[in-house]
Ligand binder design. Structure first.
Ligand SMILES: O=c1ccn([C@@H]2O[C@H](COP(=O)(O)O)[C@@H](O)[C@H]2O)c(=O)[nH]1
Length: 238
């Protein structure tokens, strides 16, 4: 299976988003990620629009609440036909299990296609020190990520979101088909910005990532289509 490269569509509205995607030739349909900013602006309509245009849609809302509420949310979101969905692993096995059950129930009401659920472990913007400052976690960052990945696997999730630095350890601790999808990706020489645990697409592949999320290295490039093609070639090892 080809490893996905998701473009993070962190644009201000649907018009800007669709104008960006129109730059891609008709035979190139990148997988896309809709984050909370675009979703809060445009609502479910942006997902329907992207799905109708043939895009694989990763909806990155990072759900975190009590189990019943999260189950209701995943039920509604699965009915939108999203392909991937994020939930915070910090909600624990009971919350993640409820999320999965909600997604299955929602998918059953439409086409039966259950979104792949991905557990947020520790954000790629975190350094070790910054994570410790929160005092929510008192073990090393890598230990926390691997533990949360194991909880996600127990809850029947498809994989995790972490940086590529943790991908190998995640694979060693989880079943063979468990996915490590990694944001925090930059083409060499690009600004890191607010990210912390950052690697190039080629390094992400070497480190065992099963898919990558790339925003600004593509969306703010002078030629986004060329930048996307470079990211894909590096990540696929071409
Ligand atoms: O740990 C995480 C989880 C999610 N993200 C999201 O990925 C993109 C990355 O954008 P860049 O412009 O490539 O930095 C963005 O939408 C984040 O919300 C993440 O970066 N880290």
């Amino acid at each position: 299976m080809t490893k996905p490269v998701f473009i993070a569509l962190d644009f201000s509205d649907a018009q800007e988003t669709m104008a960006f995607l129109e730059q891609f030739p008709a035979d190139v349909r990148p997988a896309v990620k809709v984050g909370m900013a675009l979703f809060y602006r445009e609502g479910p309509a942006i997902v329907r629009q992207l799905k109708a245009a043939g895009f694989t849609v990763f909806l990155d809302l990072k759900l975190y609440d009590i189990p019943n509420t999260v189950a209701q949310a995943t039920n509604h979101l699965a009915q939108l036909g999203v392909d991937y969905l994020t939930i915070h692993a910090a909600g624990g096995v009971r919350m993640m299990t409820a999320a999965r059950q909600g997604a299955v129930a929602g998918a059953t009401l439409v086409n039966g296609q259950v979104p792949k659920l991905l557990a947020i472990t520790q954000l790629t913007s975190f350094s070790e020190q910054e994570m410790q400052e929160t005092q929510l976690v008192t073990v090393p960052l890598l230990t926390s990520v691997v533990h949360l990945a194991q909880l996600a696997a127990t809850a029947g999730f498809a994989g995790t979101i972490s940086s590529a630095f943790e991908s190998r350890a995640i694979h060693e601790a989880t079943p063979n088909d468990f996915l490590s999808i990694t944001p925090g990706i930059r083409l060499a020489g690009d600004e890191v910005g607010d990210q912390n645990r950052v690697v190039t697409p080629a390094r992400a592949r070497e480190m065992g990532a099963n898919g990558i999320v790339v925003g600004r290295s593509i969306t703010q490039a002078p030629d986004p289509v060329a930048a996307y093609q470079r990211v894909v070639a590096e990540f696929q090892g071409e």
